[in-house]
Design a protein around this ligand. Structure first.
Ligand code: NAD
Length: 499
């Protein structure tokens, strides 16, 4: 049994707490590795290394820091296949999806190469007589990030790339369910020239997270994961005086107007609802067709497409649409919610409950499900299922469809499918959700824009990546300087040479 490590001060270090989490191969259900779960002392050691290394790194000029990121991009491309394979093995997603996970993180690293420009301050010449004013952005010191299982490459890179290029040291606490890729990323950063101690990976669970939240040296905490944990981390981190940004769960609605191209909408729902087994915070989990005729035609188009989906292990090739979910517990939770949907009166149009894959009977595979006639009071509507389950809520009018997205407590992403520019524009302007797609089912902003939801999908002020990340990982310092001997009445320059 492989025993994974922490990555501290440039070395792979075995855990000393004596506690471990099982890392599964979701396709077979076997435990393939043990992940060490850090205690407070191990976290404190990482912070000490970070404190020792950070001042010298902050003193490296931004252009040189950016060059490390340039080299890191080359290494990510060099090792893309290796990273994708390691990611699929622990997460279960298909190889193209795993490579996409690395690629989207890589694009944030590319954006960070612009650090010399992005970190430039402001300057006001002659703000008063002999007075100049300038502001600069300085690193916070030691930052930490806590990441979820579903994007073990992209989300750590969302955080550590801007944090590090801004001159901070960064401690990553990745998900204990798929920790291998984050460890590989830390090694690659050092191969790219990053000094020891600037990126460290401390594996763990709540104990390690609490050690971060209560450590007096750690200045900022970034979190991505489920809403209850996001709320806890935001509250505790803020109470301890840290700068905190937390991104939580989702329940993303896609509205299908009667004039939409229904083939296009159905294809979009297949990718956005079932891709990555529904384990995406930007997955569409609720389809809202407007009008019964639209709903009937949409379901007619969806059913054969769903029945054609190929579910299997990543190792069986590129024609697999999605793989297993991450753990047996995740599978059991999906099955429990599906049962509540049936019990509470929704119509199960495609029933994935009996799905079995020959040779992989112990894997965490879940067949695709489609519900119709879902209503607002049902558990499958209220809660994030995070599995291959699409719920259809029929709306009579556009206003009713808009109201559904508006009234849901989550506000990560949403989409509208229509040919009507007025309806699309009205929807984008009025809906209280952070990321909107118009005939685009998964509107994930590119690295040079910012990513973030609204309502219970986020706690904090600034978004992920793009210009917001450079604000989150720096503090502004503003200097007002006056050289009173420089100006004489009448504006004549009064320069006294030094004696
Ligand atoms: P999770 O909340 O279970 O875990 C996230 C992190 O928190 C992990 O590192 C985990 O070790 C830690 N953690 C778990 N329980 C904790 C506790 N009690 N106290 C302190 N820390 C704890 O989330 P997950 O299952 O890994 O990821 C799936 C969730 O993440 C979904 O809800 C999904 O919508 C959300 N997500 C959101 C975004 C976004 O940008 N909004 C992106 C990806 C995933």
């Amino acid at each position: 049994m492989q025993e994974l490590t922490h990555y501290l001060n440039g070395e792979h270090v075995k855990g000393t707490s004596g506690r471990f989490a099982d890392v599964f191969n979701p396709a077979t259900g076997e435990v393939q590795a043990k992940c060490p779960l850090a205690n407070e002392a191990e976290m404190d050691q990482a912070v000490k290394y970070a404190m020792a290394a950070q001042p010298a790194w902050a003193a490296v000029n931004p252009q040189r820091r950016a060059r490390v990121m340039m080299k890191f991009v080359d290494l990510l491309n060099r090792d893309m296949d290796k990273l994708a394979e390691a990611l699929s093995r622990e997460h279960g997603k298909t190889l193209p999806d795993a490579a996409g996970d690395v690629q989207r993180g890589l694009e944030v690293v590319e954006y960070c190469i612009g650090a010399p420009e992005l970190l430039k301050g402001d300057y006001t010449d002659s703000a008063g007589p002999g007075i100049d004013m300038y502001s600069m952005r300085q690193p916070l010191g030691v930052s930490a990030g806590i990441t979820p299982f579903n994007f073990p490459a992209m989300i750590p890179m969302w955080m550590f790339a801007p944090a590090i290029v801004c001159g901070n040291a960064f401690i990553l606490k990745p998900s204990e369910r798929d920790p291998s890729v984050p460890l590989m990323l830390a090694e690659l950063l050092e191969e790219a020239g990053l000094p020891k101690g600037i990126i460290q990976v401390v594996n763990g669970d709540k104990e390690a997270v609490d050690a971060i939240l209560h450590h007096p040296v750690i200045q900022s905490v970034g979190f991505v994961g489920s809403t209850p944990i996001a709320e806890y981390i935001y509250g505790t981190g803020c109470a301890n005086g840290k700068r905190v940004q937390c991104f939580g769960g989702a329940k993303n609605h896609m509205i299908i107007m009667p004039d939409a191209d229904l083939d296009q909408a159905a294809d979009a729902l297949i990718g956005a609802g079932y891709g990555a087994a529904g384990e995406r915070c930007m997955a569409i989990s609720v389809a809202v067709p407007v009008g019964d005729e639209t709903a009937d035609r949409l379901i007619e188009k969806l059913v054969p497409r769903i029945e054609k989906l190929k579910v299997g292990p990543y190792s069986s090739g590129n024609d697999v649409d999605y793989g297993p979910v991450v753990t047996a517990a995740a599978k059991a939770n999906i099955e429990r919610l599906v049962q509540t949907g049936i019990d509470q009166g929704a119509t199960l149009v495609v029933d994935g409950r009996d799905f079995k894959l020959q040779g992989y009977e112990d894997g965490f595979f879940v067949g695709p499900h489609l519900f119709d006639n879902v209503t607002k009071d049902m558990d499958i509507y209220k809660h994030e299922i995070f599995g291959p389950v699409l719920s259809t809520v029929r709306a009579k009018t556009y206003e009713e469809a808009l109201g559904l997205a508006m009234d849901h407590e989550m506000g990560n992403g949403t989409a509208i499918f229509t040919r009507d520019g007025d309806a699309a524009r009205d929807f984008a302007n009025r809906v209280n959700v952070g990321m909107i797609g118009i005939n685009v089912p998964i509107p994930v902003p590119l690295a040079y824009h910012t990513f973030g939801g609204w309502k219970k999908s986020v706690f904090g002020d600034l978004n992920q990546h793009g210009p917001d990340a450079f604000k989150f990982y720096t503090r502004t310092k503003t200097v007002t300087s006056r050289w009173p001997s420089g100006i004489k009445e009448g504006g004549e320059f009064n320069f006294k040479p030094m004696e």
